[in-house]
Ligand binder design. Structure first.
Ligand SMILES: [Zn+2]
Ligand SMILES: [Zn+2]
Length: 344
């Protein structure tokens, strides 16, 4: 007979397309692990791809890789955390022994494991992560603590990016990620940041958070953008993950400029670009994958008031509404970040 004292509430994806709420075993705590009682966990575009079977996930899976909570138990070897600590965690677990890890490129680890992707994540009452992945959140709210991971993805791209001071930047998509990008780019010295989206209230929010100009995506968008930046933008970043939007990004970039591939497209999508333009215009195409030891920076950016994250949270739901959360995150026109608040 099952021991119900070891069960927890959890949202699961059994296989692509099958999201359901139920129960799961409370994860075992290994000697190097921290057991976190989850308080907030956000739905990311990547989770939608996982639901649709368009990402490198392993099923059945409890997803959830953007989260915060309280330490509930620690393994015998854990040194830096005690029960009751308020924490978040970097979901990416590099092996630390493959050639990529040996070159200090842990996000390119050849056997990268990730909480909520290749092992169970935080859409549940409890999650375990290795101690080395855990970070104190100080007095940040749990809702803000669950935004550290998305901002850490932005911070990794910012580390790789070389935008000139006073740059003009175009952010395609003003969802939660687009709004984090707008704020971060402004802080990095971009003088002009234009945000484009199909949803008007997202643009209002982007403007409140620092976009110098906003544009509703429509048939005349190309013409409007040419008026705003006749020579193109130093940086065009796609925060939609829509292949056609990324393809169009190449129309808007200035010679010597950069197209930053930030949004996650379906993993088999293709776009068409003119290599001659990349050559002739000295263009840079830059990718940035996930997080790369940028959690501390992300926490500091939120604590230091550089980036506001709480205005980006549009919906909070109990974990019992697991399937509805995924529905909202895909279809609600008012959606920004959808979070489950668990044990709250
Ligand atoms: Zn994510
Ligand atoms: Zn590795």
């Amino acid at each position: 007979m099952a021991d119900t004292t070891k069960l927890m509430k959890a949202g699961k994806i059994e296989a692509p397309g099958q999201a359901s709420f139920g129960s799961a075993d409370i994860p075992a705590v290994g000697a190097d692990d921290v057991l976190i009682q989850v308080h907030a966990a956000g739905i990311c575009g990547t989770d939608i791809h996982i639901l649709k079977g368009e990402y490198e996930a392993q099923y059945p899976l409890i997803p959830g890789h953007e989260f915060s909570g309280v330490v509930a138990a620690v393994g015998a070897n854990v040194m830096r955390y005690t029960v009751g600590d308020r924490v978040t965690a970097d979901p990416n677990i590099p092996c630390n022994r493959c050639p990529a890890c040996q070159r200090n490129q842990p996000n390119q680890c050849e056997t990268l494991a990730a909480v909520g992707v290749t092992r169970n994540g935080a859409f549940a009452e409890f999650v375990t992560v290795p101690e080395g992945n855990v970070f104190h959140i100080g007095d940040l709210s749990f809702a803000a603590g669950a935004m550290v991971e998305p901002l850490a993805c932005v911070a990794w791209g910012l580390e790789r990016l070389h935008t000139p001071p006073g740059a003009t930047a175009l952010v395609l998509g003003a969802g939660p990620m687009g709004c984090l990008l707008v704020q971060s780019l402004r802080y990095q010295g971009a003088a002009h940041v234009v945000a484009v989206d199909v949803v008007l209230h997202r643009l209002t929010l982007a403007a409140e958070l620092g976009a110098t100009e906003t544009l509703l995506a429509d048939a005349d968008q190309t013409q409007h953008l040419q008026t705003i930046a006749p020579r193109g933008f130093d940086l065009v970043v796609d925060a939609t993950g829509i292949p056609q939007v990324l393809e169009d990004a190449f129309q808007y970039v200035r010679p010597r400029g950069t197209v930053w591939v930030f949004g996650v497209t379906p993993n088999d999508a293709r776009i068409s670009i003119k290599p001659y333009d990349v050559f002739r215009k000295d263009l840079t195409i830059m990718g940035s994958f996930a997080v790369n030891r940028t959690f501390e920076a992300s926490i500091a950016m939120i604590q230091g008031g550089i980036v506001k994250v709480e205005p980006l949270i549009s919906h909070t739901l109990p974990i019992e509404d697991f399937a509805r959360g995924f529905e909202l995150a895909q279809t609600d026109p008012a959606r920004m970040k959808v979070q489950y608040h668990i044990n709250a």
